[in-house]
Write a protein that binds this ligand. Structure first.
Ligand code: IMP
Ligand code: MG
Length: 203
């Protein structure tokens, strides 16, 4: 049976003080999560997305792929390895304010190193859930004068969406399940799984 993981874990960005490196060293062992999307299916889909991006940006001389740390790293690396274009990479790190006092307000913890003015920016995300993180970042990139801003998201949990974010390149639509692996974590665990999995009860 699928454990309904809290639909809002303590800090969905997983960069909370609770997930300190010290806590990470004391992780108990448990059964592997159930496979939702296999490693082969992930790689196949990443190749398809990369082919579409190669086509669409063939004329671009200034493409920057921007990832949101840490969850998007595995996806971004696999994707850009398949791009046959001059491409730069850069990263944001975000966190949501906790406590429900400012729902949807997103804090930028680490900003980009590169200027985006007049660049084609492809934002690469692991998962779009409520959409608040992406909405904030997309607006910021446009405000900074990017020539174009598009979103490539591996997973789309559309039933949880609270703000609209157009996804130009979408890997997979998934149900409202809390998923881990291929960069996605639960309290900093499971990022290193080569597949997308669901945690199951009683294992
Ligand atoms: P947002 O709600 O769309 O702003 O998503 C914020 C962030 O929450 C995502 O970028 C992920 O890092 C994290 N997140 C959302 N859903 C999941 C999940 O099912 N597993 C792991 N992390 C998630
Ligand atoms: Mg993320």
């Amino acid at each position: 049976m699928i454990r309904q993981m809290p639909s809002s874990p303590p800090d969905r960005t997983s960069e909370s003080p609770a997930s300190s490196p010290k806590a990470a060293t004391a992780m108990p062992r448990s059964a592997a999560p159930r496979v939702l999307i296999s490693a082969d299916d992930l790689q196949r889909r990443v190749a398809e997305l990369a082919a579409a991006i190669n086509r669409d940006y063939a004329e671009s001389d200034r493409l920057i792929c921007v990832g949101v740390l840490k969850g998007s790293v595995f996806f971004l690396v696999d994707l850009v390895k398949r791009l046959e274009l001059p491409v730069a990479i850069d990263f944001f790190q975000t966190a949501s304010y906790g406590g429900g006092t400012s729902p949807g307000e997103v804090r930028i913890r680490k900003d980009l190193d590169l200027p985006v003015r007049d660049a084609d920016v492809l934002l690469v995300e692991d998962i779009v859930d409520t959409g608040y993180t992406l909405r904030t970042i997309l607006d910021l990139l446009r405000w900074r004068g990017a020539r174009s801003v598009k979103l490539c998201a591996l997973l789309d949990k559309s039933s949880r969406r609270e703000v609209d974010v157009p996804i130009e390149y979408r890997g997979f639509a998934i149900e409202d399940l809390f998923v881990v692996g291929y960069g996605l974590d639960y309290a900093e665990r499971y990022r290193n799984l080569p597949y997308i999995g669901v945690l199951e009860e009683g294992k």
